[in-house]
Design a protein around this ligand. Structure first.
Ligand SMILES: NC(=O)c1ccc[n+]([C@@H]2O[C@H](COP(=O)([O-])OP(=O)(O)OC[C@H]3O[C@@H](n4cnc5c(N)ncnc54)[C@H](OP(=O)(O)O)[C@@H]3O)[C@@H](O)[C@H]2O)c1
Length: 288
């Protein structure tokens, strides 16, 4: 159970990979944070929570929550459980996601449209559903009244600069994060000089391009209510996302999940407030 003055950060798909890395950094950072570690398999979430609680440097607290993006009744139940236990959340990190594109190369191959559908079910519809069900709790954030004073402040129009200094007053706002990818960028995908020009997972990257638009629309509508919204590219990280395992990604130059997790944490703690409404990555902002 969180203390009433803690900042409650709910991270979907936090039992492994980038979600777990972000939870670990937050728990080690400060006693100010309570992380709700969501997982589609509760025992994997509980295992992650016991790892976090046993960290020698743990200062913050955490708890497990069963949350499956593909299960409507589970999402309703999870939001209800959080409402009863905490009464609010202060940050929602929509991190859970899949990259099913390799199924198109399986034997026998999964048809393209089926892969598009399964990918969009999780990354797009599932993420929107979780956002809609948890928004009422984000609106009850402890930051909500102070956040309203920020809503008249225009967000930066700069697309290339990053402000790393935390702004105390901006930190006092509810936050909504959509974990996307550089692969979602139409500008980069269509530029032959871009390193991602030839990257293949079309279903995965299309689902994240669509999610970027959802993020932009949430940002515009929630700005009035003082809720800050971002898209976030964690960079290529060695996780289980592609189904090939972390080592295969390391061999392609992937960085460790802690690096991507740190970008998530930077948004959570207020270091990226100059780039609200943008697709941020560790060194700046991605073009759409
Ligand atoms: N790794 C990268 O290079 C990279 C780059 C750019 C963006 N991203 C994004 O980063 C996010 C996290 O990915 P990751 O790299 O950390 O991959 P990961 O290690 O495979 O973690 C993905 C997480 O999402 C969960 N998940 C999948 N389907 C779910 C569902 N239906 N309901 C609830 N949770 C579900 C997984 O649960 P299980 O453990 O049960 O499978 C896991 O906890 C994703 O949105 C991904 O698109 C990753």
């Amino acid at each position: 159970m969180a203390k009433s003055d803690q900042t409650i950060v709910l991270i979907t798909g936090a039992n492994q990979g980038l979600g777990f890395a972000a939870a670990k950094i937050l728990v080690e950072l400060s006693a100010d944070y309570h992380v709700i570690v969501c997982s589609r398999n509760l025992s994997r979430g509980e295992e992650a929570v016991s790892k976090l609680r046993s960290l020698p440097g743990a200062k913050g607290t955490c708890s497990a929550l069963h949350l499956d993006l593909l299960d409507e009744s589970n999402i309703v139940k999870a939001a209800d459980e959080v409402s009863k236990t905490f009464g609010r959340i202060d940050v929602l990190v929509n991190n859970a996601g899949i990259n099913n594109d390799l199924q198109r190369l399986a034997n026998p191959p999964v048809p393209l449209l089926d892969v598009y559908r399964s990918t969009f079910e999780t990354n797009f519809f599932g993420t929107i559903n979780v956002t809609e069900k948890f928004l009422p709790l984000l609106k009850k954030s402890k930051f909500n009244s102070s956040a309203k004073s920020l809503s008249s402040e225009p967000s930066s129009t700069t697309t290339t600069t990053t402000t790393n200094a935390p702004r105390a007053e901006a930190h006092a706002a509810p936050r909504l994060v959509f974990v996307s990818t550089s692969l979602s960028s139409l500008t980069m995908a269509s530029d032959p000089a871009s390193p991602i020009y030839n990257v293949l997972p079309v279903c995965y990257k299309s689902s994240k391009s669509a999610l970027n638009m959802v993020m932009v629309e949430y940002e515009k509508s929630l700005r009035k209510e003082g809720i800050l919204v971002w898209g976030l590219d964690p960079g290529l990280c060695a996780t289980n996302l592609s189904g090939q395992g972390p080592d295969a990604l390391r061999a392609r130059g992937a960085q460790e999940p802690e690096i991507g997790g740190q970008t998530i944490v930077d948004v959570v703690v207020g270091k990226r407030d100059a780039d609200v409404g943008k697709l941020v990555w560790q060194d700046g902002v991605r073009p759409w």
